[in-house]
Ligand binder design. Structure first.
Ligand code: NAD
Length: 261
């Protein structure tokens, strides 16, 4: 690794495990100074100790938690260069079994969480962007934000909203000269605790065979494997670094070719 994020201050949500943890580890190797925000305090602290960084309690659906995080970043670092909105919840069941509470619970984390993060940290990001190279917001959507999948209506809809929110903010920040770029990443099947839980359900309902569920998922992917958090992290490093200085409003699909078929 070559210090592609040297001295950049980065906030990553939902980084106690899975894709967020992979992004934190990879960005730390590239020289970033990282703040992890997660509801899983023990997991976040343990990763922070491992990579030498800070963990703060953050429920992304809480405006008060975001305000406390912004105050901490302002006091400790005085700037924010990159915000990775990664925290997310999945809900797998047919629409007929979605309660309004289920629907709102998914939207609160996957959509409100990103709105609140962008809104609360906008001033810190803009200050940093205007004083050097542009700041970067990276929103983790999904291939489910581009194409439909059965039995996850709230999740798919929330990820479609993340895709559009990212483009709208990219244009709004450009129009106002805020010096903040904004892009979305759309992971395919990435082996994390979230996907492991989903796969248990697929085994139970017979959509993948119990003897080799991961092999079956890999065989559906043109590149014939399940992705890793590092696959996503490498895209996030590009979008966070100055290498992507002319890139805003894009949707970066990292899925081994899944939605290209
Ligand atoms: N794993 C995949 O195959 C896949 C595919 C497409 C998109 N994604 C997206 O990538 C992101 C990360 O997914 P993952 O697979 O690593 O999930 P994961 O469940 O393994 O990890 C999610 C993390 O978010 C945290 N979190 C949950 N609710 C939170 C809240 N309210 N506030 C703060 N933190 C919260 C959890 O504690 C956890 O650390 C999600 O947005 C997910 O939708 C994942």
């Amino acid at each position: 690794m070559t210090g592609r994020l040297h001295d950049k201050v980065v906030c990553i949500t939902g980084a106690a495990q899975g894709i967020g943890a992979g992004i934190a580890e990879t960005m730390a190797k590239e020289g970033a100074r990282i703040i992890i925000g997660d509801v899983n305090d023990d997991g976040a602290k343990s990763l922070a100790a491992q990579i030498g960084t800070t963990a703060l309690h953050l429920d992304v659906s809480s405006q008060e938690d975001w305000q406390a995080l912004a105050a901490h970043i302002s006091e400790r670092f005085g700037k924010l260069d990159i915000l990775v909105n990664n925290a997310g919840l999945e809900l797998v069941k047919p629409m007929r079994d979605h309660s309004l509470e289920d629907w709102r619970g998914v939207m609160a984390v996957n959509v409100d969480g990103i709105f609140l993060g962008c809104k609360t940290l906008e001033a810190l990001l803009s200050k940093s962007g205007k004083s050097g190279s542009s700041a970067s917001v990276i929103n983790i959507s999904s291939i489910a934000g581009i194409v439909g999948y059965p039995d996850q209506l709230a999740y798919n809809t929330s990820k479609g909203a993340v895709r559009h929110m990212s483009k709208s903010l990219a244009i709004e920040w450009a129009a106002h000269g805020d010096a903040i770029r904004c892009n979305s990443i759309h992971p395919g099947c990435i082996r994390t605790p979230m996907l492991e839980m989903a796969v248990e359900g697929w085994v139970e309902n017979g959509s993948v065979p119990a003897d080799d569920p991961w092999g079956a998922i890999a065989s559906l992917c043109p590149l014939n494997r399940v992705g890793t958090p590092e696959d996503i992290a490498l895209g996030a490093v590009y979008l966070g670094s100055d290498e992507s200085r002319f890139v805003t409003g894009i949707e970066l699909v990292i899925d081994g070719g899944w939605v290209a078929r």
